[in-house]
Design a protein around this ligand. Structure first.
Ligand code: ZN
Length: 284
């Protein structure tokens, strides 16, 4: 490399760094799309690498629910997911006497968010907050909602003051629908559900999967709907209710005193290839 080139690179580097920092937080092309495509509803690709054709918007308020942070326009989903939310909210309203706060669904044509989770790309992922809204939230509260965590993360235990029987009933209700593939909750919540189920019916617990993060909301993931031929399903959860050793393995262990440097962090992941149908949607 010639000296001149190096000098030019040196001069260029800070700008390149700044540019990469800016691009990591700036909008994705999917966030620039303001309306659903006019086509048959199709969930395309996988939950974390896909898109959504023919999406439907969830009305911002309905019987038994309100939509949070609608300014982010993440309230679009496959019509089957819209039906699921409306049905669950109506049941929660009728049987639990409360209202659901609906968090992120998907963008108008799905695809990647610039912030938050990497899934929610195909209109089949639904965040439902565990804060039960016994009184409706005002517009400013909906725009900037306060989460209520039900887990003390440091002590790895349930916050009993934030949890009531209705959380159990709601998650069981949500998981018992045949359209549901999985529900992600914090491992402490899963443990609480495992201990609280007194009946013989434990099949629903198989779908409730422990995952970090989900301590103030549950994440409902629906199966690929009929007619979505390009939708990639996820393998079924392991057999059984998932309440035994697997769940115990999530409990943080005291850290060993010798520091081991992580090698996985530096391993570069292969960039994901977007399904061609999604590329076509972007180019429309
Ligand atoms: Zn989610």
């Amino acid at each position: 490399m010639q000296t001149g080139t190096i000098w030019r690179l040196r001069a260029f580097l800070p700008i390149a760094l700044v540019m990469s920092l800016v691009s990591s937080v700036s909008a994705t092309p999917w966030e620039a799309i303001s309306s659903p495509s006019q086509s048959q509803p199709q969930a395309i690709g996988s939950y974390a690498n896909g898109c959504l054709a023919g999406a439907k918007a969830l009305p911002l308020e309905g019987k038994g629910y309100q939509v949070l942070r609608s300014q982010r326009a993440r309230y679009y989903a496959h019509p089957s997911a819209i039906r699921y939310i409306e049905h669950l909210a109506e049941q929660a309203h009728r049987t639990l006497n409360t209202s659901l706060l609906i968090g992120d669904l998907s963008l108008p044509q799905g695809g990647r968010f610039s912030s938050g989770h990497s899934s929610h790309q195909t209109g089949l992922d639904i965040d439902i907050w565990l804060r039960l809204a016994d009184a409706p939230l005002s517009s400013p509260q909906l725009a900037k909602p306060e989460p209520v965590s039900v887990v003390n993360l440091e002590q790895y235990r349930l916050v009993k003051a934030s949890w009531d029987r209705r959380h159990f009933d709601l998650i069981k209700l949500a998981a018992s629908d045949d359209d549901v593939a999985r529900i992600f909750v914090h491992p402490v919540i899963k443990d609480t559900l495992c201990r609280s189920e007194e009946s013989q019916d434990r099949t629903w617990l198989r779908k409730v999967r422990p995952w970090w993060g989900h301590h103030y909301h549950m994440h409902v993931r629906l199966r690929c709907p009929e007619g979505s031929d390009a939708c990639q399903p996820q393998a079924a959860p392991p057999a059984g209710d998932g309440c035994g050793a697997e769940l115990a393995s999530w409990k943080p262990q005291p850290k060993p005193s010798t520091k081991t440097t992580s090698t996985t962090a530096s391993v570069k992941r292969k960039p994901k290839v977007m399904p061609s149908q999604c590329q076509a949607l972007l180019e429309q």
